[in-house]
Design a protein around this ligand. Sequence first.
Ligand code: PCD
Ligand SMILES: [Cu+]
Length: 808
Amino acid sequence: MADTGIISIEERTDQLEGIGCKRKRVEDIRFTQGRGNYVDDVKLPGMLFGDFVRSPFAHARIKHIDKDSALAVPGVVAVITAEDLIPLNLHYMPTLAGDVQAVLAHEKVLFQNQEVAFIVAKDRYAAADGVEALAVEYEELEPLMDAHKAMDANAPVLREDLAGKTEGAHGPRTHHNHIFTWTAGDEAATQEAFDKADVVVKEYLAHPRVHPCPLETCGSVADMNPITGQLTLWGTFQAPHVVRTVASLISNIPEHKIRVIAPDIGGGFGNKVGVYPGYVMSIVGSIVLKKPVKWIEDRMENLSTTAFARDYHIEAELAATKDGKILGMRSHVLADHGAFDACADPSKYPAGMYHICSGSYDIGAAFCSVTGVYTNKAPGGVSYRCSFRVTEAVYTIERIIEVLAIKLGMDAAELRQKNFVQPEQFPYTSAFGWEYDSGDYPTAMKKAMDAVDYDGLRAEQAKMVEDFKAGKSREIMGIGVSFFTEIVGAGPSKNCDILGIGMFDSCEIRVHPTGAAIARLGVKSQGQGHETTFAQILASETGIAADMITIEEGDTDTAPYGLGTYGSRSTPVAGAAAARAGRKIKHKAQLIASHLLEVHHDDLEWDVDGFAVKGAPEKRKSMKELAWAAYNNVPEGMEMGLEAVDYYDPPNFTFPYGAYFCVLKIDVDTGVYKIERFYALDDCGTRINPMIIEGQVHGGLTEAFAVAMGQLIDFDDTGNVIGASLMDFFLPTAVETPHWETDHTEVPSPHHPIGAKGVGESPHVGGVPAFSNAVNDAFRPFGGVQTHMPHTAANIWAYAKSLGMTDQ
Ligand code: PCD
Ligand SMILES: [Cu+]
């Protein structure tokens, strides 16, 4: 390829702002100037406002509801209860996990703040007054708050609606509070590995209940047009097409008569994947009252009723030789799913991708089992910045390997290095059957250890231990190591579906006559920057500058069908569809160029932003010229226009990975800690926008910090939820958030069209164990083995005390 005319290839490449460019985020122009368009910004003529009456009890029978008490409030136009929904068969809705969830509680309430009645009023103030006024009579029942007691013989019966149901969506149920027991791996082979091991470790690891807590809470506006029979639904949806299909299936409104619009979204983090009673009730309200109905949660409703994450109670075991070769891994999980199984996972996997828990290590045999149970807590079980229970999986392996290091008296980083899957083993099939696509773990680990001066840190730590033991200091130091492997990009339709729909994704691109374009995708950004990055992929593929490509997502009337954004799937799946749609455009453009230049298309070569005749670079047609020709001068027999669509069903997941190091210091007399350093090396394959990646890593690490060090949705014995406001729930601000150092290696995915892997979740998945390991590592020289999250100062102090390190 040679330069043509005045502008060099390099200059033309730069002008495209394609893959690899630190392009500024185009969406931020409207976000930073208050011109975003969120669900609560939707205001329609005659719009009513709906609000929920919620249960004060975790477990109670509803004896009586006096509708008149609320109807008497000025401005209240309707009070809807389960009794009104029964004739429509809408009092229960299907969940993504194959269970049903009450839209409004019928006869019984099963968690505090459960939806009991929907008050529709002229404005949100009148609705709130109506909520206040509604008289509901309850009879309290014994609540079940401890998942460990859920399957006791005398445990209270929670789900009376499931009486006699011995088959669940994921196999047999053996107890009235049992949801499923699911296993993966080879139990016998794993037992054998444990039998012949020199060393075995076993530890109980709790991953407490937390909540994604996006800045914008959930909400929707439903507008059922009684004349046309058309339903328009605006909502905070991470997966708008799935919402349309589910809405059609449960309402019997034909799918083409439903238009779902997810406008700008103020953060999702998994919280906005599922379907909530509020969405359904805004639709019901609009159908009944023939006016648009808006529903918007407040913060407490968001934290206490919409999808939580984690709540996994894990017993983890490792078997190894005395020189540290890991032979087998086993874990048993008790999963607290709350009152309804509304976990958001691909249909076949009730515990998501938890069986990625053998991690980055070459372990011969592995087995895991997960038992899901009902309790009197809010339903959910979403990923919270991790693809389907991957944080839980990585926490399991990255914590238990530390425990093994203690038992062996080995260095935690060295033990990992000894067991890494080696570069030449890729594609590597894990003991659980996943095929890891690519990676070079030793190189990443070495780069990270050099960057933080690992040996220097260990020496500093040893000195501090000495000083502490000599009574010269009250401060200790912890070094948290975490080397994670993620599994993102759900997913191959052979493994992954949602309610029977394969988890492909899509991109449709339309190039206009002047060479500008619009592309629409089946995923939906909630802040990730898709409008910026997907234009970059298309720019590199088509030679149309990113600035000339509009990216649109979230309107089911215009976007091709897709499964939405979560599980870091947008880049691996829709990003691949974009690349392939771009290639289809380029292919057609090549045929047009061959016609215009009167050469065989094989005699043309691609040259950044157009086609040139091989050996005669001055004979060329730019993409701009070819777009124009597509609308007036195409080869005979070719249809006009320049459009392409691609539905991409990935052959495999992508497996990003990373090496994280956290250094912290703890004052043992108060438990107060300070994060001295946090270094994160990520490998997400081909990097589309390094600046956006850095932002994603900062965000994910901040959420990892929040989870490990403070977040908790707790309950008292009577079922009151504790932590359902930002007074109690830890949301780090710039004040608490540590400084992040980021770094990378780049091993492209061999099966992705541009080699990209997901990255949005990685920092969270790898970050949580890095923090937890740092806290635990600080106590290792003093006999500590395992202290649980959240590592608040109070909990850290209590642990120091339990080890006899402080008498304060
Ligand atoms: N290699 C590469 C990769 C990637 N990238 C970029 O980055 C981002 C991201 O991506 P991804 O990884 O693919 O992902 P997505 O799918 O897009 O997204 C999702 C994620 O994302 C994250 N991040 C974020 N950010 C923001 N801002 N917001 C939000 O909300 C959020 N979320 C979170 C979460 S949680 Mo889940 O749901 O739990 O499952 S999952 C998740 C975008 O833009 C892209 O393009 C690049 O550049 N390169
Ligand atoms: Cu998860």
